[in-house]
Ligand binder design. Structure first.
Ligand SMILES: NC(=O)c1ccc[n+]([C@@H]2O[C@H](COP(=O)([O-])OP(=O)(O)OC[C@H]3O[C@@H](n4cnc5c(N)ncnc54)[C@H](OP(=O)(O)O)[C@@H]3O)[C@@H](O)[C@H]2O)c1
Length: 290
């Protein structure tokens, strides 16, 4: 593997992660870095078939005629001819017009026309698995009430100490949908506070591991796929070490996480004017983050 010299670009972080043994890359059209990701993968020397590559369909491309061109753009930037997983990024459709973020209410309330196109992309071999992101139980049921040929394989949602979503987790387990945990360490704005939670500090000391490793192990033990993000090589290495938590430690953290009022790190509801999760009240502290 030829070492990329620049220490501060996506290629560098990705190369560090691939060298460490990571094989799961969670991307999205909207992250705006698929070209760099594609370059890093192709220069890494790691065979494409060893990598699990995810991308996400952005809100502006939910109209059936926009799905395949958006996917083709991601494939071309990623320098590949298939994705392992393609997700509907948000349960919110924008009109693909001149007005920014203009909501298409019909397609937002019934995303089946979008889903049918994703099924066709599987038939064409451009995508191996399809799923959703940021869907709550009501929105999943709303989608799966349609005559789907392929049911959602994955739902990628925020899962962390602040927003552990035990009800969604159990419901998805019962219904055969794998949950992926984004912002698993609480996200950039709350990671320090998250790592300082006393229960986690205690477990980390007891097991001789770091608080981040406690959280990542907890996510895995809950039956979810953890998606930690770091641009720090030592943390990229740290986050790859997963430990089997003793049952007592696991239950202690589960109890701590589920015993306070949940709050979201990522919630564009107010900015988009869509009550994405049917939360009756908007928390004034929440930003418009994606
Ligand atoms: N589907 C969606 O809508 C959606 C939304 C948000 C995120 N995501 C996905 O989820 C991934 C992760 O989410 P995220 O970045 O919001 O949250 P996160 O992984 O919980 O937190 C990232 C923050 O934690 C820090 N960090 C990472 N490992 C650490 C460690 N061992 N010790 C101390 N600090 C550590 C990082 O700092 P440094 O980078 O400085 O090391 C960064 O500031 C994203 O990359 C994306 O793929 C998906």
């Amino acid at each position: 593997m030829q070492k990329i010299e620049h220490c501060c670009d996506v290629s560098y972080y990705l190369q560090t992660a691939l060298e460490e043994g990571y094989r799961h890359i969670d991307g999205a059209w909207n992250y705006g870095n698929e070209a760099e990701v594609g370059q890093a993968i192709s220069e890494s020397g790691v065979p494409r078939k060893e990598i699990w590559l995810t991308s996400k369909l952005w809100n502006s491309f939910h109209a059936p005629q926009d799905v395949e061109p958006a996917l083709d753009e991601s494939l071309s930037r990623l320098r590949t001819d298939y994705l392992d997983l393609y997700l509907i990024h948000w349960p919110v459709a924008f009109r693909n017009g001149e007005k920014e973020n203009e909501v298409d209410w019909e397609l937002t309330e019934n995303p089946y026309p979008t889903w049918k196109r994703l099924e066709e992309m599987v038939d064409k071999g451009k995508v191996r698995n399809i799923g959703i992101s940021n869907f709550d139980i009501r929105r999943i049921q709303n989608l799966t009430a349609n005559p789907l040929k392929i049911k959602p394989y994955v739902n990628q949602v925020e899962l962390n100490y602040w927003n552990p979503q035990p009800e969604l987790l159990n419901w998805c387990k019962d219904n055969g949908i794998l949950l992926e945990a984004y912002s698993p360490l609480g996200g950039a704005d709350r990671v320090r506070e998250t790592l300082a939670i006393p229960e986690v500090q205690d477990i980390a000391k007891e097991l001789g591991i770091t608080p981040a490793q406690v959280y990542i192990s907890w996510h895995v033990q809950r039956g979810t796929v953890a998606l930690p993000k770091s641009v720090t090589p030592s943390r990229i290495k740290e986050n790859f070490q997963v430990t089997a938590l003793p049952d007592e430690a696991f239950q202690k953290l589960e109890k701590a996480a589920t015993s306070h009022r949940p709050s979201k790190n990522v919630d564009p509801s107010k900015g988009w004017g869509v009550d994405i999760w049917g939360w009756i009240e908007f928390d004034e502290d929440m930003g418009n983050v994606m």
